[in-house]
Design a protein around this ligand. Structure first.
Ligand SMILES: NC(=O)c1ccc[n+]([C@@H]2O[C@H](COP(=O)([O-])OP(=O)(O)OC[C@H]3O[C@@H](n4cnc5c(N)ncnc54)[C@H](OP(=O)(O)O)[C@@H]3O)[C@@H](O)[C@H]2O)c1
Length: 340
């Protein structure tokens, strides 16, 4: 049996997209060469993950670890533990870091124990912190950081239009202060929750471009790629707090996706299996998007184009500066040279 030479680190590994991805990963040759480091809220409750792993080939090495993405301190602790393991050789460098954990607070606005608006914290800010801390443990030749984007980033796309009834609501970045304090879309209504979710995803894409620029400037880190995947619409538990009708519509995706894909293979309504394959490709494939798919934005199985605002480099710079402050990044936290 050949031993793994790299690590796949996946957050939110008990979720719908994650287990669809792991299922496809386990069927691939990568399952032997890459160790799975699956992080979850609570390993004792990770039943979907454990069921999925029952089908793992014997050659697949894996570990299930705790990573609570709702606390700055807990993200730091988890990252510290991983960095120690990579530094002492008990864990191989991270070949793919998949930032999958995510929430949709669509019934009320919540705040973390650090006092930060929860969607902004879990879906964006804590990923920012995690990545900066873990860069030292990335495979410096082939490492890929993958963000999970969403169709919600397009304010003018027809299914999103009702979420942004006012023109001013179509601009997602105002200031980091407003986003972190939860003032950017403040009430408990369903559509406010969807807007907070969309904002967090746009922030992740801005982060993707800004981090890639900074990685490119650092000779020892310039082969690391950060890329985004829009998984489309997949039936999972992401809408668990949404009204009944929205949840029922989400259940329909798994019925509609297979027949629709016969005519339009990359249509936005997708199965967890297809998204699993798409995620596998952005993590490990060298053919379709190249060996170093730097800041590539992928829609399912094809190159895509994020919204205009997501590509605004001035906003991305302001977001970065504000995020350093809110995530509490200090000297010595990251090996990224130009982190300030
Ligand atoms: N499904 C879609 O159509 C769709 C579309 C676009 C983007 N996405 C994105 O895909 C990613 C995965 O979502 P999904 O659809 O698979 O939904 P899901 O089934 O709800 O999975 C999300 C996972 O994130 C975990 N998570 C949430 N908060 C966490 C925290 N504080 N700490 C650690 N883990 C946490 C959840 O764990 P617990 O259950 O233990 O809380 C859950 O396992 C998300 O980033 C989502 O935004 C999904």
């Amino acid at each position: 049996m050949s031993s793994p030479r790299g690590t796949l680190l996946l957050t939110g590994a008990n979720g719908g997209l994650a287990t669809g991805f792991i299922s496809q990963f386990l069927k691939s040759p990568h399952a032997t060469s890459i160790k799975g480091y699956y992080t979850v809220h609570n390993p004792a409750k990770a039943t979907n993950l454990r069921t999925t792993l029952e089908r793992a080939p014997k050659s697949h090495e894996y570990e299930i670890a705790t990573m609570d993405m709702s606390s700055l301190k807990k993200v730091r602790q988890a990252a510290e533990d991983i960095n120690k393991q990579v530094a002492n050789g008990t864990l191989h460098p991270i070949q793919a870091l998949v930032l999958n954990a995510g929430i949709q607070d669509t019934h009320e606005q919540n705040f973390t124990d650090d006092g930060i608006e929860q969607t902004f914290a879990v879906n964006y800010l804590h990923n920012f912190l995690l990545v900066l801390l873990l860069i030292q443990s990335m495979d410096k030749e082939h490492g890929r950081i993958v963000i999970i984007s969403s169709t919600s980033i397009y304010p003018d796309w027809w299914p999103n239009k009702d979420n942004y009834p006012e023109e001013s609501q179509k601009t997602f970045f105002t200031s980091v202060e407003q986003l972190a304090r939860g003032e950017a879309s403040a009430d408990d209504a369903f559509r406010s929750g969807l807007r907070r979710y969309a904002m967090s995803k746009v922030m992740m894409i801005m982060f993707m471009y800004e981090l890639q620029r900074r990685l490119n400037d650092s000779p020892s880190l310039s082969s690391i790629s950060i890329l985004g995947l829009d998984p489309g619409w997949v039936t999972t538990e992401i809408g668990r707090n949404s009204p009944f009708v929205a949840r029922a519509i989400m259940q329909l995706f798994q019925v509609l996706a297979p027949p629709l894909s016969l005519f339009w293979p990359n249509i936005f309504v997708r199965t967890a299996k297809k998204t699993g394959d798409d995620l596998l490709r952005v993590c490990f494939d060298n053919k379709k998007f190249g060996e170093h798919p730097k800041a590539a934005y992928v829609d399912g199985s094809e190159l895509g184009e994020p919204s205009e605002e997501s590509k605004d480099s001035e906003k991305a710079g302001a977001l970065w500066k504000g995020s350093l402050k809110w995530a509490g990044i200090k000297e010595g936290d990251t090996v990224l040279e130009n982190w300030k």
